[in-house]
Design a protein around this ligand. Sequence first.
Ligand code: ZN
Length: 452
Amino acid sequence: MVGGMAVVEGEPMSDNTFTSFRAFDAALAAAVGSKVIHCEDDVDRALADVGERLDALMFTLGSLPESLVVSQFARCERRLAAERLLAVAGRIGSSGEASVDRRRARNELSNGASSTRSINRDAWRAVALAANTRLAERAATGDVAVESIDALLKAADGTSGDVPDDLIDIVARLSPDQAASTVDRYLEDNANVGDVENKHQEQHNARRVFRYRAHEGAGRPTLSGIGIEGTDAEVARIWSQVEAAADARYQSDGGRDRPGSQHDSLEHRRFDALAEMFSGGLVGIGGAARSSVVVTVDAAELFEDPDGELVANQLGVGPIPKAVLDGYLSSASLSVLVTGLRGAPLWLGRARRHSSQAQFLSLAIRDRGCVLCRADIGRCVAHHLMPWSAPGRGRTDVDDMALLCQRCHRDLHHRNHTLYRAGTADGRYIWATRPATPAETPAPAPQHRQRE
Ligand SMILES: [Zn+2]
């Protein structure tokens, strides 16, 4: 990479940072040419023409410097994917009823070459494009990536499929991961009590446990499975107990003192922990784990009028109804953190009053998970933007820290990159990475000399 910035997960949306791209764009335009108008009975000639131009494009891409080939193929993929879905959206139009449009989109998309799963996913995206003019405009210019539409769908009206225009503008130019966390925040900020109660009740009424056989292919045996579906809050609570129990197994098995290769895989630990819970021998839940549930709720509202209506936000879940919060507050096996809506922790339930714990929770509330890939907070560590041992002398201060999952954390240090806040046009920031300066580079520790 020549100096410029790169968001680690996902390509930056505006990737024209290299002057050599000008030359590339010119070559691309020459290869694709201007639009050719064909008459209806000239289909064969048109198809042959597409084939030729496609070959020319592949040739152009293939002749790029090796360092650019992958990113430029990705760029073409993004553009083609957007155009394909816009074409489907144009054909189905919008009836105002998303379920009808979705069926029509699936028909347009079924061509035998795609899996049912990807057809379903693309149908959702095409319907979103058909229902939202603004989204279609911004997808056509490449401002909104096709993958980011999935995040926007969470904010779509259930019947009409309408997505708020202001949210579409906020998400424009963000990577799909950044778009996903931005939409979550938008929904939390705009949640109203009635919607939250309704959604929770609908999920509760549809709760189920079922058994199935999983055929994944690709060398994996056919497996037996049990699916547990219910409210976001309840499933998150169950999952956090599985994670806590899996982590307890890891710790009792030697934890970090033992090389990773000698440990059972995380998947195995989760399964064994869950199986043990059901075998009657309940393993210690909660004891070794971090606080299982982090809820942000306006403390003034909660304490001044305990029976009043309010919306609380559960980390990793989103808005939850008051009844669920009450359940948490009276539960002996959970730690609940109550904070001001966006402020520092005010009250640390049963969580240890350890400063690092409080800091971690502050970061958890601000960052919600890995700031690069959105991994769950349970997998995250607090990362110093300025390494503590570097010449720049990092401080253990929440403003100078961010949550990263263990994988992103390892990758960042391995590449000697620095995580920083990149300002956006509307005055907010997104997390991005760039090569570290000498002041940000820690002296190599003797035991880490294997770093290349
Ligand atoms: Zn990550």
